[in-house]
Ligand binder design. Structure first.
Ligand SMILES: NC(=O)c1ccc[n+]([C@@H]2O[C@H](COP(=O)([O-])OP(=O)(O)OC[C@H]3O[C@@H](n4cnc5c(N)ncnc54)[C@H](OP(=O)(O)O)[C@@H]3O)[C@@H](O)[C@H]2O)c1
Length: 300
């Protein structure tokens, strides 16, 4: 089985390839040889390698910077996430190649009026004012995939992917751990609902999906929701042996004091996983179990 991975140098992609590299043939073209926004470079990779599976992870993922690009379709967030996905999908013949598109909980508003956790079949937000610009670009990318592939689509949504080690980028757990070690940890929200995705479990779910050629929408993350305050308090206790290390604050206060955009910081987010767990025959870990496993792997 020949698997093309876009975004193979990234936080999720590099661990996915690392875990499965002895079992499959991976094609991992990288920028600038492979640039999603350049249709010719995408075509070249497809005609050279004719992959059986494409795991599409590449994306513009800086949510804060994306907000500064709001409504600007000539900037990177839109060009990579929407036009890049459109370019990629245009080369997929579903009879020959199984595309698995990786998406995010940010396609949903996480608002009081329309709260998560969301089930796999929830329709992504179509009003750009109700989600972050990054979230809207990923929702639009999902629509591009749906438009071309319909029932032959596979979309896997994840939320705050985490792993034990990765030098290029801190993630949702390793960033507060790093700040704690520096004595610079800021207070954490007690009123925000989140899940985390253990990348090792995402990899396991992806393998089941492509081996069994499964279509549809899937969610892969912790089986429960938590708050950043609870999660990071538990992490620091387990990883550093320090109890009650985190100061509490609220998202409401933060938004008021910093004049931040509400859509940039969804309060009632999260993904439901029941249907995915049943279809794949997998039991996802709870948030605390993920922390325990990462501590065992030597999170740093
Ligand atoms: N991180 C999160 O919190 C999060 C949460 C939910 C869902 N997701 C989704 O999960 C997926 C993987 O995220 P991640 O955190 O692993 O991303 P990441 O670490 O930011 O890596 C992004 C990857 O995309 C590649 N890329 C960027 N622009 C490209 C272009 N024009 N052409 C080809 N490749 C390009 C990058 O290549 P270079 O290294 O060469 O720049 C890199 O390999 C994304 O689809 C993201 O939307 C992420």
């Amino acid at each position: 089985m020949r698997i093309l991975v876009t975004g193979a140098t990234g936080l999720v992609g590099s661990r996915f390839v690392e875990l499965l590299s002895s079992k499959y043939e991976f094609i991992t073209p990288s920028y600038p040889e492979f640039d999603l926004t350049n249709k010719e470079s995408v075509e070249k990779v497809f005609s050279t390698y004719t992959p059986d599976v494409v795991v599409h992870l590449a994306a513009y993922t800086n949510v804060s910077q994306a907000e500064n690009q709001r409504d600007k379709k000539d900037e990177d967030c839109w060009k990579i996430n929407v036009e890049g996905t459109r370019n990629l999908v245009s080369f997929i013949n579903p009879k020959k190649t199984h595309l698995i598109h990786i998406s995010t909980d940010y396609v949903f508003p996480g608002s009081k009026e329309n709260p998560g956790p969301y089930s796999e079949d929830t329709i992504p937000e179509s009003d750009s004012n109700k989600v972050s610009w990054y979230g809207f670009s990923k929702a639009e990318a999902e629509r591009e995939v749906n438009k071309v592939l319909g029932e032959d689509r596979t979309i896997l949504r994840i939320i705050y992917p985490v792993r034990a080690k990765y030098d290029l980028k801190l993630d949702y757990l390793r960033k507060p751990l790093f700040l704690f070690d520096q004595g610079k940890l800021y207070p954490m929200f007690t009123d925000q609902q989140v899940n985390i995705s253990f990348i090792d479990e995402v990899t396991y779910a992806l393998e089941k999906i492509f081996r069994n050629k499964l279509y549809g929408n899937y969610h892969c993350c912790s089986s429960d929701t938590s708050t950043p305050f609870d999660l990071i308090t538990y992490l620091i206790e387990k990883a550093r042996g320090v109890k009650n290390a985190v100061k509490p604050t609220t998202l409401d206060e933060f938004i008021k004091n910093t004049n931040s955009s509400k859509v940039r910081y969804p309060k009632f987010g999260g993904l439901k996983t029941e249907k995915t767990q049943e279809t794949l025959g997998i039991k996802f870990s709870s948030s605390r179990e993920i922390v325990d496993k990462l501590v065992k792997q030597g999170i740093s």
